[in-house]
Design a protein around this ligand. Structure first.
Ligand SMILES: [Mg+2]
Length: 218
């Protein structure tokens, strides 16, 4: 139901990177939209120094995963479209006074289970400006991870890139979700920033876990 709090859990190379409470905006058989509020209390994997999980090869990580620490979502607010069965999500990012800043296409694989949205990040992303010009992001680190057993094979990498190309064509043709839908979204005024959730139950996501239920069935 609208306003329900779900958890967006991002996994990189099989390990949890962050877990953020989000609110359900809309759910249909085509997918769902969730709202991620800037500053939301969240859990982030605790790493030494200023390291980022994506830069630590999975074989160099502790087998049981990392501890998590309390943090807050550091980026702007975002509306996230998660099309059912698709290998991507589209973020509308908003700045101060809810000004639309552009779209971000996150290539990913999702497993929905109950209130958890488990996202295996595919590293490669696309930034789409408000004028619909677009560019790949992180092509090099995507290539570096290709063929690693914790990430994706060469064949899977081709599929991930093809998914991105399909979404980029949508941006070029100004088709949904790049047709100006939702660019003026405002969360209902009675929605408070979600409270910090319980620490995430799982910090490891195996590569070939079943897809889980679709969002409409969960
Ligand atoms: Mg990504």
């Amino acid at each position: 139901m609208t306003g329900q709090i779900l958890r967006w859990n991002l996994f990189i190379g099989g390990h949890l990177s962050s877990s953020v409470p989000v609110r359900l905006v809309e759910r249909t058989d085509k997918g769902q939209l969730v709202w991620l509020e800037t500053g939301t209390p969240m859990w982030r994997t605790e790493l030494p120094g200023r390291a980022h999980l994506r830069d630590i090869p999975p074989q160099d990580r502790p087998a049981e995963g990392y501890r998590v620490k309390a943090d807050r979502w550091p980026l702007g607010s975002a509306l996230i479209h998660q099309p059912a069965g698709a290998g991507h999500a589209v973020f509308w990012f908003f700045g101060r006074r809810q000004r639309f800043r552009g779209w971000y296409v996150n290539l990913e694989r999702r497993v929905h289970r109950g209130e958890d949205i488990d996202v295996a990040d595919h590293e490669l992303d696309i930034q789409v400006a408000p004028d619909r010009t677009w560019q790949w992001k992180d092509e090099r680190s995507f290539a570096e991870k290709t063929g690693h057993p914790a990430y994706w094979s060469t064949d899977e990498a081709a599929g991930i890139r093809a998914e991105g190309e399909r979404v980029a064509r949508l941006a070029e043709s100004r088709a949904f979700p790049f047709d100006s839908s939702w660019c003026d979204f405002r969360p209902p005024p009675h929605w408070r920033t979600p409270p910090r959730s319980a620490p995430p139950a799982r910090t490891v996501l195996r590569r070939h876990e079943p897809e889980g239920s679709s969002p409409s069935a969960s």
